[in-house]
Design a protein around this ligand. Structure first.
Ligand code: GLA
Length: 404
């Protein structure tokens, strides 16, 4: 495969101004609680999307998805959700730039001439080539990586002065509006803010965050990819969000001082809620507490205790929150009594995708082989295995720079 810069110049007959790389993410613990204003512990990984970008003057966005061999052209204005899924992650963030011109002007602190020029320039459109190695549908946030790569590139190209947090929030809204997934902030946040060998504790209420060194020593983070994505993933995701909002509202009616799930005790959940809404909210309250304890384990270097909590999270996601599936449950059950596996659980939105595992390095190969055989025998599918490293978040690829 040609480097992305060459792809760009071959396709557009001019040179890209810059190349931006944006990673996928893992999440160690804190699942389905970003949109419930809890805490999450994600990290950026060694799988990424790369974009090469350059300005245009014809008022259009020219997009090439190299891996898919597809080219799509869309006018800059009146952007609407597009029939081709990947296009939405690009035009969704462009739409967000238009919607956030006021805060961009604000960031430029009243330099009106500058702002007028930026707006003018931006209206001219841009060309973009994308390629990457994040497996699609595996729950590693390829869509967030693409949104963040594009937004970060636009921010550089047009000197928009957006902060990483502003970009994360804009990418999240783009996903809501253009992809229809009412996701939380975690994926975009992690892709943009990742640091090498560090996990990031994000407080999804205050948006404060802290980096935690991940000293795994003899252990590796291994992802087992079911290579399936059940069709109901996105609709069930949105339903879970609504069920939680419903539960929170009921509890707030009885306890008006409650602001978010963090203020809620298990006793209150027991006292106020029933059936599915009860199950969902019980999981959320437990998971919020679990993450806070898990972070203490991490700080002490007690990875045994940390791993145990990952198994507990899986149990909650599977039996209370009901976002797992037989394939994920099988992969977690198969390692649950293995002394070389500290922790395992389904990761991300669920209904397919990957499990995340902390496995003794010397045992990874054997366990992966064993699991692939079990998976093949019981589910008649191939297992994909990714041994992951924790990497830097969205950045400009060295050696590329802006042409004035
Ligand atoms: C998806 C969403 C995230 C988060 C996870 C579950 O990845 O995009 O916002 O809710 O699911 O933790």
């Amino acid at each position: 495969m040609l480097a992305i810069r060459s792809q760009f110049s071959n396709h557009f007959n001019y040179n890209a101004s810059l190349v931006v790389k944006s990673p996928g993410r893992i999440n160690l613990i804190g699942e389905h609680i970003d949109y419930n204003y809890g805490f999450v512990l994600p990290a950026a990984i060694d799988k990424f999307i790369e974009v090469a970008i350059g300005k245009r003057t014809d008022g259009a966005i020219h997009m090439v998805a190299v891996d898919l061999g597809e080219t799509i052209i869309v006018p800059m204005h009146n952007l609407q959700p597009h029939a081709t899924a990947w296009v939405n992650y690009i035009i969704g963030v462009v739409d967000q730039v238009f919607n956030n011109l006021a805060s961009i002007e604000n960031n430029l602190s009243g330099n009106e001439n500058n702002f007028a020029k930026i707006k003018d320039d931006f209206n001219g459109g841009f060309s973009i080539c994308i390629q990457g190695n994040i497996p699609l549908g595996a729950g590693l946030s390829s869509s967030a990586a693409l949104e963040c790569a594009v937004l970060f590139a636009l921010n550089e190209l047009y000197s928009l002065s957006l902060t990483k947090m502003q970009m994360a929030l804009m990418a999240q809204t783009a996903e809501h509006k253009f992809a229809g997934l009412h996701c939380g902030l975690m994926d975009m946040f992690a892709s943009l803010h990742g640091q090498k060998n560090k996990a990031i504790l994000l407080d999804c209420d205050s948006l404060a965050f802290t980096y935690y060194p991940l000293a795994l020593n003899d252990y590796s983070i291994v992802l087992f990819d079911t290579q399936i994505k059940h069709a109901l993933a996105s609709s069930e995701y949105n339903t879970r969000r609504l069920e939680c909002e419903q539960g929170l509202k009921i509890i707030q009616e009885k306890y008006p001082t409650v602001k978010t799930f963090r203020d809620i005790s298990l006793e209150q959940v027991e006292a106020c809620l029933v059936s599915k809404v009860y199950q969902r909210c019980k999981y959320v309250v437990e998971e919020i507490q679990r993450v806070q304890l898990a972070v203490q384990d991490l700080a002490k270097g007690d990875m045994q205790a940390f791993g145990k909590k990952m198994f507990e999270t899986h149990k909650g996601l599977s039996s209370l929150y009901e976002v797992s599936c037989p394939e994920l449950d099988l992969l977690v059950a198969a390692v649950s009594n293995n002394e070389n596996v500290l922790g395992a659980r389904m990761m991300g939105g669920g209904f397919g995708g990957c499990t995340i595992n902390i496995i003794k390095k010397t045992a990874v190969e054997e366990i992966a082989k064993e699991l692939a055989a079990i998976y093949k025998k019981q589910m008649h599918k191939e297992l994909a295995v990714y041994i992951t490293s924790i990497e830097e978040g969205t950045h400009i690829v060295e050696g590329t720079h802006l042409v004035a």
